[in-house]
Every structure is written in C-alpha cells, then in structure tokens.
Design a protein around this ligand. Structure first.
Ligand code: 4AD
Ligand code: MG
Length: 482
C-alpha cells in the first residue's frame, strides 16, 4: 500500500496509519529516550514536530539520525498522533527517518539562527528557507490568487501585454533598451554616416536593430491594455514591468509587477471605486487565509498590522482633490517648515513620499485618493479636465499609510484632437502611436484604469519595511546577481 504524504499545514488530526512527512530540518533536540526533529516543508510557518522514539527504531534509522543537521532534507514515516504538550495539535511518531540530502553545518549559511534582512539578500537563493521570506512568499501567492479571483468574479478578461515594446508609456525615459548580444554595445551599433564620414551615435541606424527600431522592456502594460478594453470592455493585466529608475529607496525596484485594469465606458470615479473594492477584497482574503503568517509579521515587524489591515477592509477610503491636498500641506508645513525635507509645496509640486505619507497617516488616517493632478506633472494619455481652468487632468493616486503611493491611475484622453494637441506639446511623434490613435478614430469611448504596484502591496500587507523583501530576487541599481 502507498503511504500518503501529509504536508505540515494539513496535519490537523491523528491518522489511522503511518504517513510520510517530507521537508527540511529546522532543529534537532536529542534526549535520552527520544529525539525531537522539527521539520519545515514550506506549507506553513510552524512546520511539524517529529518525535523519534530512540529505543524503538531500527539500526538504519539510528544511523540516519546521526546525519541529521539543520537544513538537511528528510523523509519521515510514522503515524500522526495527538501532541502531548507543545503548540501544535498533532505530531509525527517517527518510526523511520531517511536523510535525502545532507547539509554540512560548518558551511551552511543558515546553520546559525538570526540573520539580518540585509545579509539574507546576499543569499537570496537560500533566504526562502527563513520564516520571514517564506511567509512573504505565501502571502504574496495568496494576494496574487485573490487579485485574479476578484477580477474574474467581476467579469474582467485577463490579458497579457508584451514585455518588449517600442513605446514609453509613462514618458519618463526610464526605459531599459533591448538589444541582441552582437549589438549590445552602443559603440558597436551601425552608425549613420555624417558628412565628415565619422558617423554619429546620435543617429544610430535602427533598421539593423533586431526589431528594425529601438525596443525596450515595458514600463507599463497600459497602452496595450487600452486596446483590449476597447474591444472586450473590462480587462486587466498582471505582469512584470521594468524601470531604470536610479533610486535606492525602500519602495522602488527596477523589476516589479503591476496589476493594471482598464475599463471601457468608465470615468475616473469608476477607476477609484474599482481600486477600493479590489484592495478590500484581496486584503480580506489574506486576513482569512494567512492568519498564521500575519500573526508572525505582527509579532516581529508591525504590532499594529492586523488592526491596520482590518481597518483598510472596513473604512471607506477618503478622497481629496490635489488642490485641497496642497492647501492642507501648506497649512501644516507653515506651522514648522524645519520639520520637512521638502517644505516648498505649491500647485504643480510633484508630491514626495513625505507629503504622501503625511496625508494618508496624519491628515486622513486612512487610505486616500488624491485626484485631479496638474497636467504638467502627469503623462500624455490622461484626460484633460474640462473644468478647473484647463490646468488639471483626470488622474488619481491612492496613498496608503506607511507606503505612500500604491496605485496610480486616470481617465484616458479619448478625444483624438485633444490627444494630438497634448502629444504635440510633449513632442511625441504621432506616427509612433498610430495604433493608439486609431482607438480614438474607431469607436472611441471614455475609458479609465489604474496600475497597482504589486510589491508595494506585498510590503504593506506583510508590514515589512523594504520592498526588497517583497520579491524573490530584487533588482535595483547594482543588483542582479542571478
Ligand atoms: O504611477 P505609475 O507610474 O502608473 C503607471 O504606470 C500607469 N501606466 C498605470 C495605469 O494607469 N495602468 O505606476 C503604477 C504603480 C505605482 O503607484 C506604484 O505602486 C508602482 O506602480 N510602481 C513601482 N513599484 C515598485 N518599483 C517601482 N520602481 C515602481 N514604479 C511604480
Ligand atoms: Mg505614479
């Protein structure tokens, strides 16, 4: 008969016969009569305790037991029994034990218990074996699943937009260029001949590039998303995005993931409503499914975490116009400008994290949408506000306590003439966007959407400080080891 395998997370009741437990040893404690082997198989935080009755096991198992050390991979066989004392409901009485992969304690970096998160980043391939990074991975997986579940439930079509693109959606010039190995050095690129015959790197002959023109890693799936929303109504993307931002902050990565819904026949208000509904849904899902991990995070990282997450689910998000937000900030800063890193705030200021966090944490004490931003600091595709003296666009950011900006979105400019004027002002070549402009020529419709930074959401929900712990292999300036 086949012995069934049981994962630690599912071991809740005593079993009829023996089961198999497969995982990695966290700790080994030998006493006279019994040895306690704590096994972790990744399915939960606590793992499962295996009790080896030393007088009852065969010679093979005795020899195997001598090879056991922290980090080694084992298969254990025996019945699940009610736990005598201890934290867990059941434990395994280990009649047989086999070491599948040994783990020498003198060289294993995790043999010692406590490590800083900074050190763990240098062994990113081993750090998922620690409680923190494993818990982040489980919560992250549940969040991703809940995001898909939400959008599927409300009838949005999942679209995968390309990662290699010719357009700079945000117009911020933070693109990674994609080239082939032969052409990876700018100096090797075929040069256009200048009159003196030397050639210039300003005018690279892109006809010889792999794609016949410069290509980049996408900074956002939005433009492709808009094309599908203009056919399928409501869509969302959820995939990797890339930005060559030279920022060494706890909130920026060069490679991150974005959730980008796009809705036809929708305005800015519906985008804000959808973002609020979606966030509440996914946070509630995690509160239900990841209790053990969230309790761990609140114990070691943020005492207020669970209260904070419950408040997000229950409290309506605040909404404030950019103009009013600026007025509130000015009033507050005037009290004591020396307390602020960026005390100069006026209409047109791109809010910094310090401003965003004050608004969310102090002024409103909740998630807050700031909407109607000045045209001058926002992207070309955002819809001009017809009111408001033509100075603002229908854009919004969702600011979250402890994080700052979590979501950025807008209603899109659906009027061809207005969009062409805007592109002209920004010196964007309409020929590069002919397909995007076609959407405004053929059955154009008011539409809106937003982008949610997935790693920022993971950081927030786990109550951790740094976005570099929210992704398996963080990429930031100077760091792409694997
Ligand atoms: O505000 P952003 O730049 O908006 C867009 O890209 C739009 N095209 C989205 C849309 O409307 N479909 O980025 C959206 C979100 C930000 O609010 C932030 O949470 C996250 O993406 N983000 C980053 N996260 C980690 N590292 C970075 N370098 C990020 N840049 C943006
Ligand atoms: Mg933004």
């Amino acid at each position: 008969t086949v012995i069934p395998r049981v994962k630690a997370a599912d071991a809740t009741e005593a079993s009829e016969g023996p089961v198999l437990v497969k995982g990695w040893v966290r700790t080994l404690r030998k006493q006279k009569e019994v040895a306690f082997v704590q096994i972790n198989d990744g399915s939960n935080l606590g793992g499962i305790q295996c009790v080896v009755p030393l007088s009852e096991i065969d010679e093979d198992t005795k020899k195997e037991l001598d090879k056991v050390s922290t980090g080694c991979a084992v298969v254990i066989e025996g019945p699940l029994v009610k736990s005598q004392g201890g934290k867990q409901a059941v434990e395994v009485t280990a009649n047989k034990l086999k070491v599948v992969g040994e783990c020498p304690g003198d060289t294993y970096p995790l043999a010692k218990k406590r490590h800083t998160l900074e050190y763990l980043r240098t062994i990113a391939h081993l750090r998922p074996r620690t409680n923190t990074i494993a818990a982040v991975a489980r919560v992250r997986s549940h969040l991703a699943g809940a995001i898909h579940a939400f959008f599927q439930e409300v009838g949005f079509v999942y679209v995968q937009t390309p990662l290699i693109t010719a357009s700079d959606c945000e117009g911020a010039g933070e693109l990674f260029r994609v080239t082939t190995l032969e052409m990876d050095k700018i100096s090797d690129l075929p040069l256009k001949k200048t009159e003196d015959g030397k050639g210039t790197t300003d005018e690279i002959d892109h006809s010889q590039d792999f794609f016949g023109k410069p290509a980049y890693l996408t900074v956002s799936g939005q433009l492709g998303g808009e094309t599908y929303a203009s056919a399928l109504g409501d869509i969302y993307t959820f995939g990797p995005t890339f930005r060559a931002e030279n920022s060494q902050t706890t909130r920026h990565l060069a490679e991150f993931h974005m959730v980008e819904p796009e809705m036809a026949f929708a305005d800015l208000d519906s985008a804000m409503g959808n973002a609020e509904q979606m966030l509440k849904y996914v946070v509630k899902h995690v509160l239900d499914k990841c209790q053990e991990d969230l309790e761990f995070f609140s114990k070691f990282y943020d005492k207020e975490l669970i209260k904070k997450l419950e408040a997000l689910v229950e409290q309506p998000f605040a909404r404030v116009s950019y103009r009013d937000a600026i007025a509130y900030l000015q009033e507050e800063i005037a009290k004591d400008p020396s307390k602020w890193q960026f005390p100069d705030v006026e209409f047109g200021t791109d809010l910094s994290t310090e401003h965003e966090r004050w608004l969310a944490e102090t002024k409103f004490g909740s998630c807050v949408f700031v909407y109607n931003y000045p045209k001058a600091i926002k992207a070309f595709y955002m819809r001009d506000n017809d009111e408001d003296g033509g100075e603002t666009v229908n854009a919004m950011d969702l600011l979250v306590p402890g994080v700052g900006e979590l979501v950025g979105g807008s209603q899109r400019e659906e009027r061809l003439d207005v969009l062409l004027d805007k592109m002209g002002e920004l010196k964007l070549d309409p020929e590069d966007y002919w397909w995007y402009l076609d959407l405004r020529r053929f059955g154009s419709v008011p539409h809106a959407g937003y982008g949610l930074g997935f790693e920022r959401l993971v950081t927030y929900v786990c109550g951790i400080e740094n976005i570099r712990e929210a992704i398996a292999y963080p990429r930031y300036p100077g760091h792409a080891e694997f």
